[in-house]
Design a protein around this ligand. Structure first.
Ligand SMILES: Nc1ncnc2c1ncn2[C@@H]1O[C@H](COP(=O)(O)OP(=O)(O)OP(=O)(O)O)[C@@H](O)[C@H]1O
Length: 260
C-alpha cells in the first residue's frame, strides 16, 4: 500500500472533563475521497480543527506525507498543502468572487512590507502571478462569469463552490470539507458531488464530514465513523454499513434513506 497522505496516531483532545477526540488513528490515501461520519457531537469538527492546527492535541500525532505536523501552526500547515472549508460558509461579505479567491493566494506571495510600500517590481510580479492563478482557477471551474459578483449574494451552491475554489487557490492538494452539502438543494448537491469527484480525478485528496448519506455513499472511497470521540470503524461504505455497532450508533434511518 502506498504511504498515506494523512495519518493520525492515537489523536486525542480533552476539553475539561470531555474527551472530544479519543485515541483516533486513521489513514487517508493519496487521491481518495474520504468521509468522516458520526452523530452530532461525535468530534468530527474537532478532528478538522486538530488537523488544521486550530487546536493542539492533548496526545497523539498527525503526519502529512510522513512529516510530523502535530505542533505546526495553521499557516504552516496551509503552506504544506492542506486547506479547508467550514460548516458555515465563510466568504468575505461585500467582496467579489475574484477578491474572495485572491485572498487565499496571499500566503504564497513573496514580497516584504517594504516592497509593497514602494510598489517594487517583485511586488507587482507577485500580484500579477496571483491574479493569473485566480483567473485560471475561475475559468477551470466555470466561475469566470461570476468574477465580479458579490460572493455572499450568490445561491448557496455557488457560494460553496467559491469556498472550495478558494481552498484550491492556496495550492492545497489535501482539502477538508466540513459538511459541504449542508443547506444545499438536491440539484446543488448533485453538482457538488460532481465537483468533488473532479477534484479527486485531478489528483487531489478530499477529506469530508457529511451527514448526507446519499452523498457519502455516492462519492466516498472510504469512510471513518466517530462516536463519542472514538473511531468505531474505517473502511468502504459496504464494510462500515455492515458493522452493527455503526448501525446502532448512527446509521439507522440515515442508512435506509441512502438506499432509496
Ligand atoms: N472549544 C471547545 N471547548 C469545549 N468543548 C468543545 C470545544 N470544541 C468542541 N467541544 C466539544 O467536543 C464535542 C465534539 O464536538 P464537535 O463539534 O467536534 O462534534 P461534531 O461531530 O462535529 O458534531 P456536529 O455533527 O453537530 O457538527 C462536543 O461535546 C463539543 O461540545
Amino acid at each position: 500500500m502506498s504511504q498515506p497522505i494523512l495519518r493520525t496516531d492515537d489523536l486525542t483532545i480533552k476539553f475539561g472533563g470531555i474527551t472530544a477526540v479519543d485515541r483516533v488513528s486513521i489513514h487517508i490515501k493519496q487521491g481518495q475521497i474520504f468521509g468522516l461520519i458520526g452523530p452530532n457531537g461525535a468530534g468530527k469538527t474537532t478532528m478538522f480543527n486538530l488537523l488544521t492546527g486550530i487546536y493542539k492535541p492533548t496526545a497523539g500525532k498527525i503526519y502529512f506525507k510522513g512529516k510530523d505536523i502535530t505542533s505546526l501552526k495553521t499557516h504552516e500547515i496551509v503552506s504544506l498543502g492542506i486547506s479547508r472549508t467550514f460548516q458555515n460558509i465563510r466568504l468575505l461579505k461585500g467582496h467579489t468572487v475574484f477578491q474572495n479567491v485572491l485572498l487565499a493566494t496571499h500566503h504564497k506571495l513573496r514580497y516584504s512590507f517594504v516592497d509593497a510600500l514602494f510598489m517594487l517590481m517583485k511586488f507587482r510580479q507577485s500580484e500579477q502571478q496571483a491574479e493569473k492563478l485566480v483567473n485560471d482557477l475561475m475559468s477551470k471551474y466555470n466561475l469566470s462569469g461570476l468574477r465580479d459578483e458579490i460572493a455572499s449574494d450568490l445561491p448557496q451552491g455557488l457560494q460553496r463552490k467559491v469556498e472550495i475554489v478558494r481552498a484550491l487557490a492556496t495550492g492545497a492538494e489535501l482539502i477538508f470539507l466540513d459538511e459541504p452539502a449542508a443547506g444545499l438543494n438536491p440539484a446543488e448537491t448533485a453538482e457538488l458531488m460532481q465537483l468533488i469527484r473532479q477534484l479527486r480525478d485531478e489528483g487531489n485528496t478530499i477529506f469530508l464530514i457529511e451527514h448526507d448519506m446519499k452523498l457519502v455513499k455516492g462519492i466516498c472511497d472510504e469512510i471513518a465513523v466517530l462516536h463519542f470521540g472514538q473511531l468505531l470503524d474505517q473502511g468502504t461504505y459496504e464494510k462500515v454499513t455492515g458493522n452493527q455497532q455503526v448501525v446502532q450508533a448512527y446509521l439507522g434511518r440515515r442508512y435506509k434513506n441512502a438506499q432509496s
